[in-house]
Design a protein around this ligand. Sequence first.
Ligand code: NAD
Length: 487
Amino acid sequence: MSARADVAGVPVATGHFIANERVDSAATFTDRSPLDWSLALAEVSRGSAADAAAAVGAAADAFPAWAALGPAERGAYLHRLAELIDANVERLARVECLDMAMLEESLRRRVIGRGARNFRAYADLATGYEGRRWSSHGTENHVQRMPAGPTVVITPWNAPFMLSTWKCAPALAAGDTVVLKPAEWSPLSCSLLMDLVAEAGLPPGVFNLVQGIGEEAGAALVADPRVRRISFTGSPETGRAIGLAAAANLVPFTAELGGKGPFVVFADADLDLALERAAVMYDDAGQVCLAGTRLLVETPVYDEFRARLIERARSHVLGDSRDPATTVSPLIHPDHLARVEGFVERARAEGHRVLTGGRRWRDDGLWYEPTVIEPLDNGAEIVQREVFGPVLTLQRFSGEDEAVALANSTRYGLSAMLFTRDRARADRVGARVRAGTVWVNCFLVRDLTAPFGGTGISGVGREGGDYALDFYSDLKTYQVKEGTTHG
Ligand code: NAD
């Protein structure tokens, strides 16, 4: 019997999941709750290079049979898994809330369910794929997808369940076998997912999990020469390290990295809507890569927006993420809180104006107050670097050209938001903004078939829909001389 921890009444296995067996490491790391740092949730297996090799070996052994199944049969397994996720939303939400402090209500209402949607969407998309067919040069041409092989998926601590399923679902649907390594700061929901993988009856080795530290288990996984795809979500710094490992083995890799999204409010915007959306940037304590953290507001409405934004920021309710009244949760980890504090302290020392917030909420917790900073100049660190906390900067601009120049002035390019009542302006500015996703008068609306990724240091490659299924496949051109008959 492998080790399990009791997390709010839910038994969570603390070991790896390799070839449908739980495997415990002798070494462990302590997983704590951001809601109460004195609360040790679990002693989790600290994966070694040997554990990583065993998991990749299981994925390599399982690959030929899984690849041979075909999309419809694989899709049937993935639909079963999606049903089990839906049936376990309560347990998953409870554990994820304690583990990374996302608001329990939003986990229950939408975030965990998105995991099920991820599996359904990719199962159906892969099954419906026909591949382009055409005639040329006296031949029939057909584009076909070949499963690529064992795939390593490495995910960050924010939204671990949603992001892991978002990346693993297309890999499995495309016919690849997977080794998932979730982040060491929030490892538990992915372990619960593996219980559901076993219950859904996926063949051993198709979907494996290794727990552990990035520089140990993670580094060993991405360096394994048997791996044929690497899919990563996390910081640009780790993305670079993983990119080098991928290059060493000539393995295609995709990276969804950090963001510093511009949130552009034109004078003709619906200000109520823009302010309501701006306040959402404090959700999950600002630990959202897609957030529009640089508020750029056109001069005629700047003062009004500024005053109302401060009011909005102050009206947030900080508290326990299990309490439905709470709107801002604590940060994930004391180290991360210190990092966020460091950004704000340096900004203050450089003379940038902290309009509201700018401090811890309580000495005995990991909360940080919703903060607005008015920088003196656009080159400030607080404007140029991702904070990944409840900290927004507020700057003014005049006219479209300056809006575009400011929007494009960082090295990131993940998302951008534009607020205007003028569709023509939105289209003009939207075309000039460098970002993987541009939302006009909305935020976080996601169609899973759309491409998703970043430009600049926000990412390499695209996921989403067919883009992800193509990435997890080797595309084959199948060409037959016209007139070749069936024997
Ligand atoms: P991180 O880069 O520190 O860690 C991410 C994962 O990489 C973890 O599982 C970690 O264990 C692993 N890792 C670390 N070093 C490794 C190595 N050398 N080899 C292999 N694996 C290694 O990121 P984080 O702090 O967990 O997450 C926050 C970052 O993620 C932010 O920058 C955020 O913007 C970004 N993010 C991006 C998206 C997106 O879709 N673009 C989504 C969520 C988060």
